[in-house]
Design a binder for this molecule. Sequence first.
Ligand SMILES: Nc1ncnc2c1ncn2[C@@H]1O[C@H](COP(=O)(O)OP(=O)(O)OP(=O)(O)O)[C@@H](O)[C@H]1O
Ligand SMILES: [Mg+2]
Length: 216
Amino acid sequence: MIVLVGGEKGGTGKTTIATNLAAKRALAGRDVLLIDTDPQGSANYWAQSRDESEAKPRRVACVQKFGKGLQAEVQDLARRYEDIVIDAGGRDSIELRAALVVANKAYIPIQPSQFDIWTLDRMDELVSSAHGFNPDLKAWVVISRVSTNPSVHESQDAQEILADFSNLALSGVAIHDRIAYRKAARDGLCVDELKPKDVKASEEIEALYVEVFDGR
Ligand SMILES: Nc1ncnc2c1ncn2[C@@H]1O[C@H](COP(=O)(O)OP(=O)(O)OP(=O)(O)O)[C@@H](O)[C@H]1O
Ligand SMILES: [Mg+2]
């Protein structure tokens, strides 16, 4: 399966989610490739830290790809890997558009503070134009970096707002702001591999993983 974790907004947790999904896929014994299309190279850097980790976690292959050729390259790589997770973002990014054309599923992390009509409108449009080439593409918005403070209900109305967008569904999972994600990122790990483990982080990523990979 080709999964895109993408979106135009910065800092929404794209790389965090992409690396966690890729690591969990590798831990499940799948042959997975992580594709980093961001010139900042944070996913690639994560994969390098993973290779250097003393804990010797299962390796996640990662390549950096930029530019228009991405579409053809992903199609080629999809023949060699069981799963591909693409980390793509940035405003008007060629890579984001190309990835939408080849992905089976797109997950778009949005922070509650950026959960506005403008952001959703743009993503809805991008998915809609990708549908011209990739009619089977399905796209979900995943609310990310949600405050763990129970008095904050920022993402409650999300379902209602999303009902107005024909190309976007709401993921059944919300990813909360937890230190575990930052710690795991630093060491090239996924939250499941942290010791001690943050059970809540592991549980929500597992729920997202099951949703993304259809429980397989
Ligand atoms: N759920 C989370 N809980 C805590 N920290 C998080 C979470 N998600 C992301 N972060 C932190 O927020 C910052 C931005 O996250 P990340 O790099 O995953 O976002 P991004 O969308 O890939 O950003 P960019 O647009 O720069 O590529 C990082 O420092 C990351 O560790
Ligand atoms: Mg990133």
